[in-house]
Design a binder for this molecule. Structure first.
Ligand code: PDD
Length: 281
Protein backbone atom coordinates (compact mmCIF):
# COMPACT_ATOMS: atom_id res chain seq x y z
CA UNK A 1 0.00 0.00 0.00
CA UNK A 2 1.55 3.40 -0.92
CA UNK A 3 2.21 5.76 1.97
CA UNK A 4 0.10 8.88 1.68
CA UNK A 5 1.15 12.29 3.00
CA UNK A 6 -0.75 15.55 3.18
CA UNK A 7 1.41 18.22 1.49
CA UNK A 8 0.15 21.78 1.08
CA UNK A 9 -3.45 21.00 0.27
CA UNK A 10 -3.40 17.53 -1.29
CA UNK A 11 -2.88 13.91 -0.35
CA UNK A 12 0.08 12.48 -2.28
CA UNK A 13 2.15 9.32 -2.46
CA UNK A 14 5.00 10.05 -0.05
CA UNK A 15 7.65 9.39 -2.72
CA UNK A 16 6.01 11.70 -5.25
CA UNK A 17 5.07 14.57 -2.94
CA UNK A 18 7.37 17.58 -3.19
CA UNK A 19 8.25 20.85 -1.50
CA UNK A 20 9.48 23.87 -3.46
CA UNK A 21 13.20 24.53 -3.15
CA UNK A 22 12.49 28.06 -1.96
CA UNK A 23 10.45 26.81 0.93
CA UNK A 24 12.04 28.52 3.93
CA UNK A 25 11.96 25.25 5.82
CA UNK A 26 14.31 23.73 3.25
CA UNK A 27 16.65 26.74 3.05
CA UNK A 28 16.64 28.16 6.58
CA UNK A 29 15.00 25.49 8.79
CA UNK A 30 12.44 28.26 9.30
CA UNK A 31 9.66 26.16 10.74
CA UNK A 32 8.40 24.01 13.59
CA UNK A 33 7.08 20.49 14.03
CA UNK A 34 5.39 17.92 16.24
CA UNK A 35 5.71 14.15 16.56
CA UNK A 36 2.65 12.50 18.12
CA UNK A 37 2.39 8.85 19.17
CA UNK A 38 -0.51 6.86 17.79
CA UNK A 39 -1.72 3.84 19.69
CA UNK A 40 -4.91 1.83 19.18
CA UNK A 41 -6.01 4.46 16.60
CA UNK A 42 -5.69 7.27 19.15
CA UNK A 43 -3.21 10.17 18.98
CA UNK A 44 -1.71 10.38 22.45
CA UNK A 45 -2.16 13.78 24.14
CA UNK A 46 -3.08 15.39 20.80
CA UNK A 47 -4.40 18.55 22.49
CA UNK A 48 -1.14 19.11 24.38
CA UNK A 49 0.83 18.65 21.14
CA UNK A 50 -1.35 21.15 19.30
CA UNK A 51 -1.03 23.61 22.20
CA UNK A 52 2.76 23.29 21.97
CA UNK A 53 2.61 23.67 18.18
CA UNK A 54 0.59 26.84 18.69
CA UNK A 55 3.21 28.15 21.11
CA UNK A 56 6.11 27.31 18.76
CA UNK A 57 4.32 29.06 15.86
CA UNK A 58 3.55 32.12 17.96
CA UNK A 59 7.13 32.40 19.23
CA UNK A 60 8.51 32.62 15.68
CA UNK A 61 5.59 34.60 14.24
CA UNK A 62 4.14 31.99 11.84
CA UNK A 63 0.35 31.85 11.46
CA UNK A 64 -1.57 28.56 11.42
CA UNK A 65 -1.98 27.62 7.73
CA UNK A 66 -5.57 26.63 8.55
CA UNK A 67 -7.68 26.24 11.68
CA UNK A 68 -6.62 23.86 14.43
CA UNK A 69 -9.80 21.84 13.77
CA UNK A 70 -8.86 21.47 10.09
CA UNK A 71 -5.38 20.26 11.05
CA UNK A 72 -7.00 17.69 13.35
CA UNK A 73 -9.28 16.57 10.50
CA UNK A 74 -6.26 16.11 8.20
CA UNK A 75 -4.47 14.10 10.90
CA UNK A 76 -7.51 11.79 11.06
CA UNK A 77 -7.61 11.52 7.26
CA UNK A 78 -3.89 10.67 7.02
CA UNK A 79 -4.43 7.94 9.62
CA UNK A 80 -7.46 6.65 7.70
CA UNK A 81 -5.83 6.69 4.26
CA UNK A 82 -2.74 4.90 5.57
CA UNK A 83 -4.75 2.51 7.75
CA UNK A 84 -2.48 3.37 10.66
CA UNK A 85 -3.24 1.98 14.10
CA UNK A 86 0.17 2.04 15.85
CA UNK A 87 3.01 4.44 15.15
CA UNK A 88 3.38 8.19 15.03
CA UNK A 89 2.25 11.25 13.13
CA UNK A 90 4.58 14.03 11.98
CA UNK A 91 3.29 17.59 11.51
CA UNK A 92 5.55 20.26 10.04
CA UNK A 93 4.70 23.89 9.43
CA UNK A 94 7.22 26.20 7.76
CA UNK A 95 7.01 29.90 7.04
CA UNK A 96 6.38 29.08 3.37
CA UNK A 97 7.86 29.87 -0.03
CA UNK A 98 9.52 33.16 -0.92
CA UNK A 99 12.63 34.36 -2.80
CA UNK A 100 15.69 33.50 -0.68
CA UNK A 101 16.35 36.29 1.77
CA UNK A 102 17.32 35.96 5.43
CA UNK A 103 14.65 38.33 6.66
CA UNK A 104 11.10 37.31 5.85
CA UNK A 105 8.36 39.44 4.35
CA UNK A 106 4.91 39.48 5.93
CA UNK A 107 2.01 37.56 4.49
CA UNK A 108 3.70 34.41 3.13
CA UNK A 109 1.43 31.37 3.08
CA UNK A 110 2.83 28.79 5.55
CA UNK A 111 3.53 25.25 4.27
CA UNK A 112 1.95 22.27 5.99
CA UNK A 113 3.07 18.63 5.80
CA UNK A 114 1.45 15.79 7.74
CA UNK A 115 2.36 12.14 7.39
CA UNK A 116 2.48 9.02 9.49
CA UNK A 117 4.84 6.23 10.38
CA UNK A 118 3.75 2.72 11.26
CA UNK A 119 5.32 0.71 14.08
CA UNK A 120 4.58 -2.90 14.85
CA UNK A 121 3.56 -2.40 18.43
CA UNK A 122 4.07 0.67 20.56
CA UNK A 123 4.54 -1.32 23.72
CA UNK A 124 7.37 -3.33 22.17
CA UNK A 125 9.38 -0.16 21.57
CA UNK A 126 9.85 0.36 25.31
CA UNK A 127 12.88 -1.94 25.33
CA UNK A 128 12.81 -4.41 28.16
CA UNK A 129 16.55 -4.35 28.85
CA UNK A 130 17.26 -0.60 28.89
CA UNK A 131 19.51 1.50 26.65
CA UNK A 132 22.90 3.23 26.73
CA UNK A 133 23.46 6.97 26.46
CA UNK A 134 26.55 9.12 26.06
CA UNK A 135 27.05 12.73 27.12
CA UNK A 136 28.20 15.53 24.83
CA UNK A 137 28.24 19.35 24.85
CA UNK A 138 24.90 21.05 24.22
CA UNK A 139 25.75 23.24 21.22
CA UNK A 140 22.15 24.09 20.30
CA UNK A 141 20.66 27.58 20.10
CA UNK A 142 19.21 29.48 23.06
CA UNK A 143 15.52 28.72 22.35
CA UNK A 144 15.26 24.95 22.81
CA UNK A 145 11.71 25.51 24.12
CA UNK A 146 10.62 26.06 20.49
CA UNK A 147 10.17 22.77 18.62
CA UNK A 148 12.18 24.03 15.67
CA UNK A 149 13.02 21.92 12.60
CA UNK A 150 16.58 23.27 12.94
CA UNK A 151 18.01 20.03 14.33
CA UNK A 152 21.61 19.89 13.10
CA UNK A 153 23.18 19.94 16.59
CA UNK A 154 20.86 17.10 17.64
CA UNK A 155 21.63 15.14 14.47
CA UNK A 156 25.37 15.37 15.25
CA UNK A 157 24.90 14.42 18.91
CA UNK A 158 22.68 11.44 18.13
CA UNK A 159 25.04 10.19 15.42
CA UNK A 160 27.97 10.48 17.85
CA UNK A 161 25.95 8.36 20.29
CA UNK A 162 25.17 5.75 17.64
CA UNK A 163 28.86 5.50 16.71
CA UNK A 164 29.53 4.64 20.35
CA UNK A 165 26.78 1.98 20.26
CA UNK A 166 24.50 4.14 22.39
CA UNK A 167 20.92 5.11 21.59
CA UNK A 168 20.77 8.68 22.90
CA UNK A 169 23.06 11.62 23.70
CA UNK A 170 22.54 13.61 26.89
CA UNK A 171 23.45 17.24 26.32
CA UNK A 172 25.64 19.09 28.85
CA UNK A 173 25.63 22.82 29.46
CA UNK A 174 28.83 24.76 30.30
CA UNK A 175 28.56 23.80 33.97
CA UNK A 176 28.32 20.06 33.29
CA UNK A 177 24.57 19.87 33.93
CA UNK A 178 22.34 17.73 31.73
CA UNK A 179 19.76 19.81 29.90
CA UNK A 180 17.98 17.01 27.99
CA UNK A 181 18.58 14.35 25.35
CA UNK A 182 19.05 15.03 21.63
CA UNK A 183 15.41 14.03 21.09
CA UNK A 184 14.04 13.29 24.55
CA UNK A 185 13.87 14.60 28.11
CA UNK A 186 16.39 13.26 30.64
CA UNK A 187 15.59 11.91 34.10
CA UNK A 188 17.35 10.33 37.07
CA UNK A 189 16.11 8.53 40.15
CA UNK A 190 18.40 9.85 42.93
CA UNK A 191 16.66 7.59 45.46
CA UNK A 192 13.71 5.22 45.22
CA UNK A 193 10.37 6.90 44.49
CA UNK A 194 12.00 10.26 43.68
CA UNK A 195 12.51 11.41 40.07
CA UNK A 196 14.46 14.45 38.92
CA UNK A 197 14.56 16.33 35.63
CA UNK A 198 15.61 19.74 34.30
CA UNK A 199 13.00 22.48 34.90
CA UNK A 200 11.12 23.91 31.94
CA UNK A 201 12.90 26.96 30.54
CA UNK A 202 14.52 27.94 27.23
CA UNK A 203 17.25 25.27 27.65
CA UNK A 204 14.87 22.36 27.05
CA UNK A 205 11.79 21.35 25.12
CA UNK A 206 8.79 21.02 27.39
CA UNK A 207 8.10 17.40 26.45
CA UNK A 208 4.52 16.21 26.35
CA UNK A 209 5.64 12.80 27.64
CA UNK A 210 7.57 14.62 30.39
CA UNK A 211 4.40 16.43 31.39
CA UNK A 212 2.36 13.23 31.35
CA UNK A 213 5.07 11.39 33.33
CA UNK A 214 4.92 14.08 36.03
CA UNK A 215 1.13 13.64 36.31
CA UNK A 216 1.43 9.83 36.43
CA UNK A 217 4.27 9.97 39.00
CA UNK A 218 2.18 12.18 41.27
CA UNK A 219 -0.69 9.69 41.04
CA UNK A 220 1.75 6.98 42.16
CA UNK A 221 3.07 9.13 45.05
CA UNK A 222 6.46 9.39 43.36
CA UNK A 223 8.11 12.71 44.26
CA UNK A 224 9.03 14.91 41.27
CA UNK A 225 12.01 17.29 41.53
CA UNK A 226 12.40 19.78 38.67
CA UNK A 227 16.04 20.76 39.17
CA UNK A 228 19.09 20.32 36.92
CA UNK A 229 21.42 17.39 37.71
CA UNK A 230 25.08 17.06 36.76
CA UNK A 231 26.43 14.21 34.66
CA UNK A 232 28.27 12.95 37.77
CA UNK A 233 25.00 12.86 39.73
CA UNK A 234 23.46 10.96 36.82
CA UNK A 235 26.22 8.35 36.85
CA UNK A 236 25.75 7.84 40.60
CA UNK A 237 21.93 7.73 40.40
CA UNK A 238 19.99 4.63 41.38
CA UNK A 239 18.17 4.66 38.03
CA UNK A 240 17.91 6.78 34.90
CA UNK A 241 15.42 7.03 32.08
CA UNK A 242 14.27 9.26 29.24
CA UNK A 243 10.86 10.26 27.96
CA UNK A 244 9.63 11.06 24.44
CA UNK A 245 6.64 10.51 22.19
CA UNK A 246 8.50 7.79 20.30
CA UNK A 247 10.19 5.92 23.18
CA UNK A 248 7.68 6.72 25.98
CA UNK A 249 9.38 5.97 29.31
CA UNK A 250 12.66 4.36 28.29
CA UNK A 251 15.03 2.94 30.93
CA UNK A 252 18.76 3.77 30.75
CA UNK A 253 21.28 1.32 32.18
CA UNK A 254 24.59 2.86 31.07
CA UNK A 255 25.91 6.44 30.75
CA UNK A 256 29.32 7.04 29.12
CA UNK A 257 30.26 3.43 29.86
CA UNK A 258 29.28 3.63 33.56
CA UNK A 259 26.64 1.17 34.68
CA UNK A 260 23.63 2.80 36.35
CA UNK A 261 22.57 1.17 39.62
CA UNK A 262 22.87 -2.59 39.30
CA UNK A 263 22.48 -2.43 35.50
CA UNK A 264 18.88 -3.64 35.67
CA UNK A 265 15.72 -1.61 35.26
CA UNK A 266 14.90 -0.19 38.70
CA UNK A 267 11.55 -0.34 40.47
CA UNK A 268 10.68 3.37 40.13
CA UNK A 269 11.30 3.30 36.37
CA UNK A 270 9.28 0.08 36.09
CA UNK A 271 6.35 1.70 37.89
CA UNK A 272 6.44 4.66 35.48
CA UNK A 273 6.74 2.45 32.38
CA UNK A 274 3.69 0.51 33.51
CA UNK A 275 1.74 3.68 34.35
CA UNK A 276 2.54 5.17 30.95
CA UNK A 277 1.62 2.03 29.02
CA UNK A 278 -1.61 1.74 31.02
CA UNK A 279 -2.37 5.39 30.28
CA UNK A 280 -1.85 4.79 26.54
CA UNK A 281 -4.08 1.75 26.59
N1 PDD B 1 11.44 14.61 19.98
N2 PDD B 1 13.45 17.12 23.89
C1 PDD B 1 13.74 17.15 22.59
C2 PDD B 1 14.93 17.94 22.15
C3 PDD B 1 12.94 16.45 21.66
O1 PDD B 1 13.23 16.51 20.35
C4 PDD B 1 11.85 15.71 22.14
C5 PDD B 1 10.95 14.94 21.22
C6 PDD B 1 11.59 15.69 23.51
C7 PDD B 1 10.41 14.94 24.10
O2 PDD B 1 9.20 15.59 23.78
P1 PDD B 1 7.83 14.78 23.63
O3 PDD B 1 7.66 14.03 24.89
O4 PDD B 1 6.82 15.85 23.45
O5 PDD B 1 7.95 13.87 22.44
C8 PDD B 1 12.40 16.42 24.36
C9 PDD B 1 10.59 13.97 19.00
C10 PDD B 1 10.11 12.62 19.45
C11 PDD B 1 11.28 13.98 17.67
O6 PDD B 1 11.85 15.00 17.35
O7 PDD B 1 11.21 12.99 16.92
Amino acid sequence: MPKIAFVNGSYRNIHKASIEIEDRGFQFADGVYEVIALTNDVLIDLDFHLDRLNRSLTEINIKWPMSRESVMAICAEVIRRNRLTQGSLYIQITRGVTARDFSYPNGIKPSLVIYGRRSRNNQASSKAQGIKVISTRDIRWGRCDIKSISLLASVLAKTQANHKIAQEAWLLNEDGFVTEGASSNAWIVPRPNVIQTHPVNSSILSGITRLRTIKLAQEQSIKVIERPFSINEAKKAKEAFLTSSTLFVQPIVNIDGSQIGDGEIGSTTKTLIKSYLDFMD
